[in-house]
Design a protein around this ligand. Structure first.
Ligand code: GLY
Length: 410
């Protein structure tokens, strides 16, 4: 009798442990619809906290351990990510309230389409906001703004070099007035490709291809890790040097820079169908994947000697997860497609765990991104572009699971 009872007790405790394990695991599932509820709750809290009496009303980041957003104006390079996040919420939920807010915050960026180029980030700003807005609503006003801004971005193209000038102003170590190009600039090419195919000048396409090909030639070491910045002689196009601005060292692999390369070359292949770019997208991806820590969230720079005590960069993980989901649909080798899709899902699971979700710590979606470590700013913070690429990746995954094209509205 006593033996039977102890056997029951053992079975019961085994059952309870299994229930606990399953419940524990659910924290690290990618939770589909449930996850969008969480994103809506967080975004709703953010909306309520935004001051209404100032132009400086676009959420950018929350310092580690704090709850308050730092807000910026439309001129900040991150200004498109909050409206873009709102457009993705509208896409995920189909609720008009999100569409209303997405339109309201996008419209704050309208002056960018009427002024001279302040720098290369116009693509990040206008394509994340109005680009998503147009994709979902076909509002002709948005299209006009996108087309005008693409022409503005093209004014920074230097044909002697073959790339867009990233920072048209003196920046430390950039040998101004020589020509600088940063890896991040790859993402802005999407605006040019789109404009060239939607009523804009065809030369925008050639500029984007030239920028991608010239960057492919000059911005990478023989192991396919990237320089953050390359400086060129502005009159001859001769490469002066490769180096860093936001990374640990000139020769290090800055995590977000490599993530921009992965996302950028994947997108350039989608737009051009030029196999050189597909091959290159895989090379820059494979070196990043090989060097990741086991939880797949990179330290802010792969070569920081203080690893494993260095801060992580959840934004690089979110950008890469989103890019890998697209790359998995483009590669022809099924086993590689599976690797990219599986890795993306594992990254999203980790980002969706209690280790990375902000929950009630603040109203962002994610914790633990690093903005500009050498500057001492936004270290281990919540940053709006991490949230933007996280929701983008979740939407892409949902579309793939439904057999849809990731670019079409859900
Ligand atoms: N484009 C600047 C950054 O990635 O921090």
């Amino acid at each position: 009798m006593a033996g039977q009872r102890s056997c029951h007790v053992r079975r019961l405790s085994l059952l309870i442990s299994v229930i606990f394990i399953i419940a524990g695991c659910s924290v690290t599932q990618i939770p589909g619809k449930k996850q969008f509820n969480y994103l809506e709750e967080q975004a709703d809290k953010t909306l309520k906290s935004i001051p209404s009496d100032t132009e400086t009303a676009i959420p950018r980041s929350i310092s580690s351990g704090m709850k308050e957003w730092r807000y910026v104006t439309y001129k900040d390079w991150t200004s498109g990510f909050w409206p873009g996040t709102l457009w993705y919420l509208y896409e995920a939920t189909k609720k008009d309230s999100w569409k209303f807010e997405a339109d309201k915050f996008s419209m704050l960026l309208t002056p960018l389409s009427r002024m001279e180029a302040i720098d290369h980030d116009l693509g990040f700003m206008v394509f994340s906001s109005f680009g998503n807005g147009y994709r979902l609503t076909k509002n002709p006003e948005y299209k006009e703004i996108i087309l005008r801004t693409a022409d503005t971005l093209a004014t920074l193209y230097n044909p002697n070099v073959g790339t867009i000038l990233s920072w048209p102003r003196p920046v430390q170590n950039m040998e101004w007035p020589q020509h600088n190009t940063i890896m991040d600039n790859m993402i802005n090419l999407e605006l040019l490709f789109w404009a060239s195919k939607n009523g804009g000048d065809k030369k925008l396409y050639d500029i984007a291809v030239s920028h991608a090909a010239t960057t492919m030639k000059n911005h990478f070491r023989s192991d396919y890790t990237s320089y953050h910045v390359v400086v060129y002689e502005r009159n001859t196009g001769k490469k002066i040097k490769g180096g860093t601005h936001q990374g640990y060292a000139d020769e290090s692999m800055w995590a977000r820079g490599q993530a921009w390369a992965i996302y950028g070359y994947t997108m350039v292949y989608r737009e051009t169908k030029d196999l050189r770019f597909l091959d290159f997208a895989q090379k820059v991806t494979d070196v990043y994947l090989e060097r990741l820590p086991s939880d797949l969230i990179p330290y802010w720079d792969f070569n920081d000697p203080s690893i494993p005590d260095a801060p992580r960069d959840a934004s690089a993980a979110a950008i890469t997860a989103s890019a890998l989901l697209e790359l998995s649909t483009l590669v022809t080798d099924n086993s590689k497609a599976k690797i990219y899709r599986d890795k993306a899902e594992m990254m999203l699971k980790e980002l969706s765990s209690d280790r990375y979700l902000s929950k009630d710590k603040n109203s962002a979606f994610l914790l633990h991104s690093t903005g500009h470590k050498p500057n001492g700013s936004e270290i281990d913070a919540s940053i709006i572009y991490a949230d933007y690429y996280y929701i983008e990746a979740l939407l892409r995954l949902e579309k793939l699971e439904k057999g849809q094209n990731i670019y079409n509205p859900l």
